[in-house]
Unconditional design. Structure first.
Length: 461
């Protein structure tokens, strides 16, 4: 058993039976479910929009090579600089070069899952550079020394009281502060950081090839502050964030808002097309976009699972997933959790180590139903399982069990030969480790259905 699987199983067991964890998680998901219904009311024909955006993402991903070049050409013409990073190491080295050139001591960072993916904060810390998260949820998580718990709501597993306790321990504030007061504390602490930071980091929700820009959507305004106060803006963007044109935003922005947080439109929607122009007073003097591959090309090469690259990171499939709702975000041990994380992580980080995530699903199909881009999520999990078996990532015992099962199923006489007691003993042995101590093992009936049927309907001579 791989160490990642072992940790996954241990944490799953722990979280699934942690009643307090579940209470907080279900409370927050419940709030999401209530608001998302309201957000959907803005659509006269939601299904039409879902189909349309899927087609647009299909076009963008099928022509990704062309759109990336188009973006680079236009963004460079706007005065921006593009860096291509094959993996996390390349991205980090390029970032370090820029930061060292600018003698950087502190940076501010807007919410960016791509930066989580390359472990930017840890890397900067190792090089003596202070990196401060400016999104409230991310700020809370950073204070607590935890990675984000959810791709949209990073501190979803924490209650208001948990945050008050954390602020009390780390910042010395009163335990009695309200949610608004806690937000004000974070805001006050962050203001100074924006002013001091030499470099600001962000991710991007979408890449706009025709205008050479990136689009960022957020609710707190911290994204704008992080990217316009510092003299340099570095955006780390996964290459799959591509759209076909700026015009696509008319569909993608409201859809992401609706499925992400139940809003009609997120509060701040910004398009960045490069550093500030001579006639402009605000904005960075230099802007870089790091186009991050880090396994995406590998996924692009998989014709069956490629559509996972259409994901707009709304988090809806996480909120709908019965597995996520039981084990929570951190158990996955990956940057991207829930159904979409279980699909892409084996391709980004290695099938052998992360294949178990594709099996951690009931295949109920709820994820597919709630995905705004109509990604066939539960089928993609099956394709991953298929790939994993085809590539030989199965144990000898598993292979033997399936071989025996197949033989018995194809031969009624063989199946009927051992009595129920022997069959039950066999099942106990086979599922000894995987069945779990909290579930009662099912029992084979003393007389099989076949036997009972044959007794009632003996074959005619
Ligand atoms: S796979 Fe679909 S539902 Fe899940 S995060 Fe991506 S866009 Fe949202």
């Amino acid at each position: 058993m791989s160490s990642t699987l072992h940790t996954f199983l241990q944490k799953s067991e722990q979280k699934a039976f942690d009643a307090e964890h579940k209470r907080k998680l279900l409370f927050n998901i419940g709030k999401y479910n209530d608001t998302v219904v309201k957000g959907k009311q803005q659509y006269a024909d939601l299904e039409y929009v879902r189909k349309k955006v899927k087609n647009l993402k299909w076009k963008a991903i099928e022509n990704l090579d062309k759109y990336l070049i188009e973006f680079e050409t236009n963004f460079t013409a706007n005065g921006g600089k593009v860096i291509w990073a094959n993996d996390d190491k390349e991205a980090l080295q390029e970032i370090l070069k820029i930061l060292q050139k600018k003698d950087t001591h502190s940076v501010v960072k807007a919410k960016s899952m791509a930066s989580e993916e390359i472990h930017l904060n840890e890397f900067l810390h190792q090089h003596g550079i202070e990196s401060i998260e400016t999104d409230l949820g991310e700020y809370i998580q950073q204070l607590d020394g935890e990675p984000p718990y959810h791709i949209v709501t990073p501190a979803m597993h924490k209650s208001k009281d948990d945050v008050a306790k954390l602020f009390n321990e780390k910042l010395g504030t009163s335990l009695e502060l309200t949610a608004e007061e806690l937000t004000l504390v974070a805001r006050e602490r962050l203001r100074d950081k924006y002013l001091k930071a030499e470099v600001g980091f962000s991710g991007a929700n979408f890449i706009l090839p025709d205008i050479g820009g990136i689009a960022i959507t957020e609710n707190e305004g911290n994204g704008r502050l992080s990217t316009s106060f510092p003299k340099t803006h570095i955006a780390i963007v996964g290459i799959e964030k591509m759209l076909t044109s700026v015009n696509d935003l008319t569909l993608f922005w409201p859809l992401l808002a609706t499925y992400g947080t139940g809003q009609r439109l997120t509060v701040y929607n910004t398009i960045f097309t490069g550093p500030k122009k001579e006639i402009e007073t605000d904005g960075p003097e230099e802007m870089y976009v790091i186009l991050l591959d880090n396994g995406r090309s590998k996924l692009l090469a998989e014709t069956r699972q490629r559509e996972a690259l259409y994901c707009i990171r709304c988090g809806s499939c996480l909120n709908a997933c019965p597995v996520y709702k039981n084990i929570g975000g951190h158990t996955y041990g990956t940057t991207y959790s829930g159904p979409i994380g279980s699909i892409i992580s084996p391709h980004y980080k290695g099938m052998e180590e992360f294949k178990h995530l594709s099996y951690a699903s009931s295949l109920c199909g709820n994820c597919t139903e709630v995905c705004p881009v109509n990604i066939n999520l539960h089928n993609l999990l099956l394709y991953n399982r298929n790939d994993s078996v085809e590539s030989g990532h199965t144990t000898y015992t598993e292979k033997m069990i399936w071989r025996m099962w197949k033989r018995s199923m194809l031969n009624r006489k063989k199946m009927e030969k051992p009595n129920a007691a022997i069959k039950n003993l066999f099942l106990k042995m086979v599922f000894k480790n995987s069945w779990g101590s909290r579930r009662e093992m099912f029992k084979i009936a003393p007389r099989s259905f076949y036997k009972q049927w044959m007794e009632k309907h003996p074959p005619q001579e």
